[in-house]
Design a binder for this molecule. Structure first.
Ligand SMILES: Cc1cc2nc3c(=O)[nH]c(=O)nc-3n(C[C@H](O)[C@H](O)[C@H](O)COP(=O)(O)OP(=O)(O)OC[C@H]3O[C@@H](n4cnc5c(N)ncnc54)[C@H](O)[C@@H]3O)c2cc1C
Length: 476
């Protein structure tokens, strides 16, 4: 039997790295196992043709200036003992929600969004103020009613259907695993993280932030093993005394620990527990909402070729927003709505000299999965066809970068499935979250996406709070 750890963490994404640092700070013997060769999970990076591409970073939500009290970023930095200045955050210029008949701008100052609502929807000002008050009064991190959905709650405050759609669009794209809606508590978390806190970008993209986390974790004595996929959660005892005892890696090696925390998602984690627990995973536990992304690099900045200064544009081409997985067939994406973002439009001490624009579309995982299996050439052709259709659509809301293009990269739900293990490439995991992180197997806990906190900051907070709750609280 190999030596025993206090905790094994499955996955070196944002939640795993943050949980690892937290535990190592308390002198726990901790091991992070990552099946990929690179850390970061959904928020990693890769090199192509000499350029570093971020996998997922559009914006670091929850921006807070140094010293702002009581907000997630400040709490996170305190818990991980990281200095604000180490993150090298550059604030966004502004972002926008763009529909054919109206645009709403927002920035890191809440007043801008309030004034935009007052300009575009004067008769909704009172309702919006009451909505804001209700959101700030709501305990979104330990919600009394986690099944409540946002559309129903919004209708209590906002009577203008177009404003409801405009408020739903960014929240769904940045955090909903539920077709057509988003959990009210997640809406509330995101609302605060967008409009009261704001968007920033770590200078240099996600890589410096990941380097910082990995360095900090290792300096505290934490162990990290890459290319170490977990195949099975080992168990000990029987009946009510059964508990997690460690893991078996894909190469057969067994490693033992008092506790196992997994960021692999509810379904995959339970399937690692053997047939009995794995059989309880339903199709709904797997989620289905996924994205295609097109990244275009240009020889001029978006400001220079199109006077485009938005960090993020959330667009929708009609007055009704339809957030769901497109049916397989056709383009394999839904070109009617999406997200456009440009890392050029954040403050930076060394501004990017090339232009970068990312385009995110809702995509059908089964469409791209079937296509890749059937015919690799056709898959590549269809990827480009979908990208062109989406760029045509998006260029109604932001300048078209294609005349200035010098490089491009594309990914589909297959990429998310292959590199992060999310079944069906479901970016936001399962619709049903396990907010306390508990599973049916004592000693095994969830963190990250399927625990319920999303995004870079959310996933890190999830790792920290699950480590605090399940590994650092003294047992009764
Ligand atoms: C296209 C895209 C854009 C995004 N944009 C933003 C953004 O702009 N801002 C933002 O805040 N968030 C963004 N997100 C969301 C954010 O990336 C995620 O919410 C967050 O990174 C999730 O972290 P996690 O630790 O929960 O999970 P993951 O990142 O999924 O990490 C899980 C890790 O576990 C590993 N793993 C899985 N199974 C096993 C196994 N059996 N054995 C060992 N390792 C395993 C995986 O390889 C992975 O590294 C984006 C996501 C995507 C896909």
């Amino acid at each position: 039997m190999s030596e025993k750890y206090d905790a094994i963490l499955i996955g070196a994404g944002m939640s795993g790295l943050a949980a690892g640092i937290r535990l190592a700070q308390y002198d726990k013997r901790v091991l992070i196992l990552e099946k990929h060769y690179l850390w970061g999970g959904l928020n990693s990076f890769y090199k192509r043709r000499g350029r570093i591409f971020d996998v997922g970073l559009h914006a670091l939500t929850n921006f807070a200036p140094k010293g702002r009290r009581g907000v997630p970023l400040t709490k996170l930095l305190r818990q991980l003992r990281i200095r604000h200045s180490d993150l090298q955050l550059g604030e966004q210029n502004y972002s926008e929600i763009a529909f054919p008949t109206e645009r709403l701008r927002f920035s890191n100052e809440f007043e801008l969004f309030e004034s935009e609502i007052a300009r575009a929807f004067p008769d909704q000002v009172d309702g919006f103020a009451k909505l804001t008050e209700a959101i700030f009064a709501y305990d979104s991190f330990t919600p009394p009613d986690p099944d409540l959905l946002a559309r129903g709650e919004l209708a209590k405050f906002i009577t203008e259907p177009l404003l409801v759609e405009m408020l739903m669009l960014p929240m769904c794209y940045y955090g909903s695993a539920i077709p057509g809606d988003i959990a009210w508590y997640q809406f509330a978390i995101l609302f605060k993280s967008f409009y009261d806190e704001g968007f920033a970008r770590p200078e240099g993209g996600i890589r410096p932030l990941l380097d910082l986390l990995v360095k900090r974790y290792k300096s505290l004595g934490g162990e990290l093993r890459m290319k170490s996929g977990v195949a099975e959660i080992l168990q000990q005892g029987a009946g009510s005394l059964r508990s997690a005892a460690g893991v078996r890696l894909e190469n057969g090696e067994e490693i033992f620990a008092d506790q196992v925390l997994s960021s692999a998602g509810f379904g995959p984690t339970m399937e690692m527990c053997g047939a009995e627990l794995g059989a309880r995973v339903t199709d709904e536990d797997r989620g289905q909402l996924s994205f295609n992304e097109t990244v275009i690099v240009t020889d001029k900045t978006p400001m220079d070729f199109g006077n485009y200064g938005a960090a993020i544009t959330f667009f929708n081409d009609s007055d009704t927003f339809d957030y769901r997985c497109p049916a397989p067939g056709g383009l394999g994406i839904d070109p009617r709505s999406g997200v456009i973002c440009s890392p050029n439009n954040y403050a930076a001490t060394e501004p990017l000299t090339e232009g970068w624009m990312r385009f995110t579309a809702l995509a059908s995982a089964s469409h791209w999965g079937d296509l890749a299996q059937a015919d690799a050439t056709e898959y590549a052709t269809q990827k480009q066809r979908a990208a062109e259709a989406f760029l045509d659509s998006a260029s109604r809301f932001a300048p078209d970068p294609r005349p200035f293009e010098i490089d491009r990269d594309l990914f589909t739900p297959n990429t998310i499935r292959r590199f992060c293990g999310h079944p069906k490439g479901a970016v936001y995991g399962a619709p049903k979250k396990r907010l306390d992180g508990a599973t049916e197997l004592p000693g095994l806990f969830l963190m990250g996406t399927d625990q319920g906190l999303l995004g870079v900051v959310g996933a890190m907070l999830s790792g920290i709070s699950m480590a605090n709750r399940h590994c650092l609280q003294p047992t009764a």
